[in-house]
Design a protein around this ligand. Structure first.
Ligand code: KG4
Ligand code: ZN
Length: 366
């Protein structure tokens, strides 16, 4: 049975692109209102901690072991059978390809067995629409996506209408936090550990670190030089770094990151306003959005620029399946379903979706 045009849509979402295995059921009301009916998520942090980073092979095995159980739990807690769904959405990229293939194949199998449409969702589109799902944002907005795998600024004008304004030329910002945490012996995942260490700093101004890309036109980012600068400053100490040195360095690193992210976001805002002069909102998503120093810096930027700041609750900032189900429901509402031979992909730039989002009614592109 296919959904009534304009009626409510219930979609199962599957997320397996990194180290979270997750399933969720989301309903999009007939007026477009989001409702999260059920969620089940398993974080693999403990499996990867001994290696101080995500090991793709371990992640893929964990997805295989747990995904069907998590889908069963989400469906049971929503009180639904697969035949009650209007569509099945799965992350089909970008991400660790083993995991992406597992989730996409599972999604296709359920869709095929239940005779429902399949929705191949771009993981970044899930993040981009997460603040809409939590009722905190309406289009258009500037999106700062800061996670372990990404650091991007995007102009988001509507579902499928994304313009990439800037991206990292080397490491993602969360990756930089994780690498610096490793240099400081703070463990994994590094972001929360660096933030906690920074709060213990006795002299946060002691180390003067560079601000890569600051002052350059555009809004690309770079973090690998900052990480190398941390390494050099640590080597230059007279004695092996102790916890006081580590705390001061963590504070200096966090300050440098907050500084460059805020400056680049300011440039991104100017670029976004050239296309969308009435733009009034900044949305921050991704695991690094949890960082309080960064949030304060972005709050100041928003106050100066007359912007509203939206940060989805932490569980929807980090990887989750509700955002995938929601992006799937939004695509389904536009009739943008995917073929069952859709190929999962490790790389998939978000602005390549623009053509697909042209709607037959207005022929409009972003
Ligand atoms: O979005 P996410 O859960 O996973 C993906 O990478 O998709 O982001 C995880 C990243 C990790 O690199 C982690 O160190 C970082 O977010 N992170 C933080 C904080 N909490 C998590 N970085 C800085 N400060 C934090 N409080
Ligand atoms: Zn993510």
């Amino acid at each position: 049975m296919t959904a009534e045009p304009g009626g409510p849509l219930t979609v199962l979402g599957i997320e397996t692109s990194c180290d979270e295995t997750a399933a969720a059921v989301v309903r999009r009301g007939s007026g477009g209102a989001p409702e999260i009916l059920a969620e089940a998520l398993l974080s693999q942090i403990a499996d990867h901690r001994p290696y101080e980073g995500v090991v793709p092979e371990i992640a893929a095995r964990a997805h295989i072991d747990h995904l069907d159980g998590l889908i069963g739990r989400a469906m049971a807690s929503a009180g639904l059978d697969f035949c009650d769904l209007d569509g099945v959405a799965a992350t089909a990229g970008p991400g660790l390809i083993g995991g992406v293939m597992i989730g996409a194949t599972m999604g296709k199998a359920i869709a095929a067995a239940a005779g429902k449409p399949f929705l191949a969702v771009n993981h970044l589109e899930g993040h981009a629409l997460s603040a809409c799902m939590t009722g905190q944002a309406a289009f258009p907005f500037l999106l700062l996506l800061v996670s372990g795998g990404h650091c991007q600024l995007l102009l988001v004008r509507g579902v499928g209408r994304y313009r990439l304004l800037g991206t990292t030329v080397d490491d993602a910002v969360g990756e930089a936090f994780d690498k610096v945490a490793r240099l400081l012996g703070l463990g994994y995942p590094g972001g929360p550990a660096v933030e906690a260490a920074a709060e213990r700093a006795s002299d946060p101004d002691r180390f003067d670190l560079p601000r890569p890309m600051r002052g350059r036109p555009g809004c690309d980012f770079s973090f690998s030089g900052l990480k190398t600068a941390v390494l050099h400053r640590l080597h230059a100490l007279d004695t092996p770094p102790d916890p006081h040195d580590g705390a001061d360095m963590a504070a200096a690193f966090q300050e440098a990151v907050a500084d460059v992210l805020t400056e680049r976001t300011g440039n991104g805002l100017a670029m976004a306003r050239e296309r969308e002069p009435g733009l009034r909102r900044l949305v921050v998503a991704g695991g690094v959005a949890a960082n309080r120093r960064l949030r304060r810096a972005l709050e100041d930027l928003c106050a100066r620029e007359g912007l509203d700041l939206s940060v989805p609750p932490q569980r929807y900032c980090t990887d989750n399946a509700a955002m995938i189900a929601w992006a799937g429901a939004e695509r389904l509402a536009l009739g943008l379903t995917s073929p069952l031979d859709f190929a999962p992909r490790p790389r998939w730039p978000l602005d390549s979706l623009e053509d697909a989002a042209r709607t037959p009614s207005d022929g409009r592109a972003a």
